[in-house]
Design a protein around this ligand. Sequence first.
Ligand SMILES: Cc1cc2nc3c(=O)[nH]c(=O)nc-3n(C[C@H](O)[C@H](O)[C@H](O)COP(=O)(O)OP(=O)(O)OC[C@H]3O[C@@H](n4cnc5c(N)ncnc54)[C@H](O)[C@@H]3O)c2cc1C
Length: 434
Amino acid sequence: MENVDCIVVGAGLSGLACAQTLLHASKSVLVLEASDAPGGRVATDTIDGFRVDRGFQVYLDSYAEGQRFLDYASLAFGAFEPGAFVAHRGRLFPVSDPWRRPIAAIRSVLSGAVGVSDGLRIAWLRSQVLAGVRRGEIDPSSISGHGEKTTREELVLRGFSSEFIKFFFEPFFGGVFLERDLTTAATVFKFTFAMFSSGRACLPAGGMSAIPQQMAQKLPSGSLQTRASVVRINYSSNGGGDVVLVDGRRFRADSIIVSSAAVANPILLPESVSAEWKPQPWKAARLVAFECAKKPSCGKTLVVSAEPVAVGPIDNLSVPSAVTEGYAPDGKNLIYVSVRSDWEGEDNQLPDAIRKQAEVWFGPDVKLWRHLSTVTVPKALPIETPLARRQRPRSSHLAPGLFLCGDHLTTSSINGALVAGRLAAQEVLESVRP
Ligand SMILES: Cc1cc2nc3c(=O)[nH]c(=O)nc-3n(C[C@H](O)[C@H](O)[C@H](O)COP(=O)(O)OP(=O)(O)OC[C@H]3O[C@@H](n4cnc5c(N)ncnc54)[C@H](O)[C@@H]3O)c2cc1C
């Protein structure tokens, strides 16, 4: 049996950040990943030469943790335009960022998309959240206290009109949080709003999977094993234990760090821990990809739908090939549509229902959009209500030699996963310090 200092179960971004931090502290590390590639929920498939991410995701280049772990230059990011088009009653209304696109922001007000008082409230919210993040007061990785509000409660308290909440916050942040109720904790909302306000929403030229691939390439050869599904961990009372793979191989380590999706499998946790463990429900995501010859008029700007679900299934629509060239073969365009969670039709009805809704916005060329694929991610994001955040483990150190990492401990985001990985590694290092 091979012996190492630390075993990380799961090569999602959190596990990769954990492994990198431990290696940096001169620990020997083995990362065991069940699937055939690192990246976990950040994955990209190539279909007919198009890069189809498994669920619509963007990387915000303002993520402080990403700046610590990633080499931005070689990821060759392309960026969305700040703001969005909001689809309402069959028309697209621009909602712009007044600091980065002042002229466009004035147009937003003139078009009637944003009322003056809601515009001023946005400006106030923006300056407060940016200052809060700078001062470390808005930190979604910290434990939620009693009295933490939901996003909707926060917006109401700040005096936003119910029309504007419905018009902008529900479709925009509903798309980010994968829920239109806006029940995600206000701390998570404020942090995410600050990240969107201070950074660019980006896609790497190689597809979202280029992010974990870059991190995995930094690990020494042999320290990451894929197709290595962990089925059991025999914990020893003085810490660490044996990790058993589905093919019978075994590895021994003093510290075992179990990451996100793996935690959903209580068999991997000692009974004393799993009895107390409250698995949180997940939110699902669905992405439909199309190719087309003519680029729709939204270009690099995200379209979010404020239309009732009866009008159609589109939650948001984007053209990743307009944002970064790597997403489609030359001369072709790739369209992504995220599907609303409250749309009740079947998968096979989606392409026609989407074309019908988008045709009203972009004209008859939409009829020619060719369906490429439909991807469903049943466990996309763990819920992040104030209650769910309060029920999280207070520390990633669960038992002697057993640690957790993963976005379910911080925020459901790339930044949150990286933070969770680094913090877990720091707890490991603390625990073995003589
Ligand atoms: C559709 C969608 C949209 C998103 N949008 C955004 C966005 O726009 N911006 C943003 O910042 N974030 C976004 N996120 C969130 C972000 O992708 C996640 O928060 C992050 O990737 C989670 O990383 P993780 O390492 O915590 O977990 P995971 O990626 O789930 O990694 C866990 C790993 O453990 C492995 N594993 C599980 N069981 C075992 C086992 N028994 N043995 C070995 N390995 C095992 C899994 O295969 C997986 O690789 C989105 C996520 C989804 C799915």
